[in-house]
Ligand binder design. Sequence first.
Ligand code: IMP
Ligand code: MG
Length: 205
Amino acid sequence: MNPTGEGDVHGGQPYAGSEPDPHLGEVLVSTEALQRRVGELGRQITSDYTGRPPLLVGVLKGACFFLSDLARAIRLPLEMDFMAISSYGSSTRTSGVVRIVKDLDTDLTGRHVLIVEDIVDSGLTLAYLRRNLAARHPSSLEVVALLVKEGLQAHDLDFAYEGFRIPPHFVVGYGLDIAERYRNLPYVAVYREQAGGTTGILTGP
Ligand code: IMP
Ligand code: MG
């Protein structure tokens, strides 16, 4: 079953005038589902953070569209900052070794920090980020993750806010890329490693 209830749509022709792209598979989260869920998260965060405006910390580049849509759905005088991290390893798998490429400009002391993440796969990136930011003495530290892959996290990461649970496929769109491609697709679709193959499920390490 499609986890978003949006039905199967084929995203194989991603851009105007483009050839069908055999690497693009099923649309897992449609534009409409993204808009609806981001609106819900915004309302929930607005009510939870009233009286203590959050500092949204976006993780570049993947979270850029999610953060900009989410920020506009939160009716509070929030602030935004960004960090960039890079993980070593192959293009479709996280190694767990993370390096800060661009750090925050903001002092987190006493702030209500809300980490905005695009997708949680193994959870290693987020675990690292949480530890790193917690050490900077924020008043509170929570996570909003748009997508969480089912069953891959070693520990239950216990997010305050979560957009969608998705099957453990490699996905692209709405900020997510493979080798910097497909970020501007307005939906989230399965990326098929084998063009024309039947599945986007990654096997092996
Ligand atoms: P984790 O450390 O295994 O949880 O991986 C998290 C990071 O890997 C995300 O912030 C993404 O940058 C990247 N990533 C994981 N899965 C995907 C995917 O399916 N598509 C695109 N990027 C992904
Ligand atoms: Mg990321």
